[in-house]
Ligand binder design. Sequence first.
Ligand SMILES: Nc1ncnc2c1ncn2[C@@H]1O[C@H](COP(=O)(O)OP(=O)(O)OP(=O)(O)O)[C@@H](O)[C@H]1O
Ligand SMILES: [Mg+2]
Length: 365
Amino acid sequence: MRLLQLRLHQFRSYRQLTVMPPDGLTVFVGDNGAGKTNLLEAIHLCCLGRSHRTSIDRDMIRIGEKTCAVHARIQRVSIQDEVGVRLFNQQGERKLIYINGKVVQRIGELMGHMTCVMFSPEDLDLVKGPPQGRRGFLDMLLSQSQAAYFYAIQTYGSILRQRNALLKEIIRGNADAGQLDVWDEQLSRAAAPIVRQRRDAANAISQAAKEHYAYISGRRDEHFFLRYQGTLAESIHPEKDLMEQLQEGRADDLRRLSTGPGPHRDDLRLMLAGQEMRSFASQGQARTAALAMRLAQIDILARAHGEAPLLLLDDVLSELDQGRCARLLSRLDSMQTLLTCTDLSGLDGIRPDCILKVRDGMVSL
Ligand SMILES: Nc1ncnc2c1ncn2[C@@H]1O[C@H](COP(=O)(O)OP(=O)(O)OP(=O)(O)O)[C@@H](O)[C@H]1O
Ligand SMILES: [Mg+2]
């Protein structure tokens, strides 16, 4: 997949901007706060309909403006595609998604038109942070692989919210506990495909990431793998098993006013040399594991779509030693990569026309 053109309108620090990245590698270089991450965020928005660093859409609108828009033209194996997203400041005004000039009704329709993998400094949280980030990692990966997964997650989330609301109504005496039966059934049905796909994805990620970890670290003796964790992680019949877990846990749920069992509490357990990484890994080990997971994400998306995703590397090289830097870049060789940095050290031998300077809301050669 190749990004031919990116256009921004009132997006973050940019008023109007058009960038036409060259084939292969593009380096955005500039001082802190120059607007480099904003560019990668705009591409992420085109791919997934949301930012990689905020869940509040209106933060991306240039301060003082009512609306912003991003638009991308991409070349896929056999077709050119155009996608766009427009955001509004006003509460209640929905974001608009455009595909080839037409507004589509559901965000899910965006999935798969343009795919990306973002490497960012916050990736350390994939290893050291709470489970939510690892669930998000799985969800982004699977949503980009198949829109059906994105819809499945949305449905599950909406049923879960309704079940939790009912728990509160029961405690207030406004509803009967028997009414939970129908929600338990719906939640279990919605959970089953999510659990199956997450489990398959976790296995695939583990296999690929293990090999990437060994390569990037340059050490064959530190074995990395990850395992899917959750109340249904081992379940052969997730629908039936969740139904049972919900019935058994009902009293607890009513006490806590939230739903205990189910994939909304899933996690990935990351292991290095037999130890849990969340508690024991060093910074460098955690960073390498996060890179390995992102490289695995590339493999899986490339397999799903028959072509490589766009690679967005935000300030990643500065954190790595030279050997790791060189080995990472060698893995990304044949794919279009957009990379940000504050200086060009570690990037010797780059063609000058691949280097774009970012300053004051402008991008120039
Ligand atoms: N909604 C917005 N409207 C206007 N300016 C914004 C908005 N959001 C962020 N900015 C500005 O964008 C700049 C930050 O951009 P960005 O995060 O892309 O910087 P960066 O080049 O990646 O910096 P660093 O090297 O520190 O990561 C800041 O100057 C910030 O004030
Ligand atoms: Mg940045």
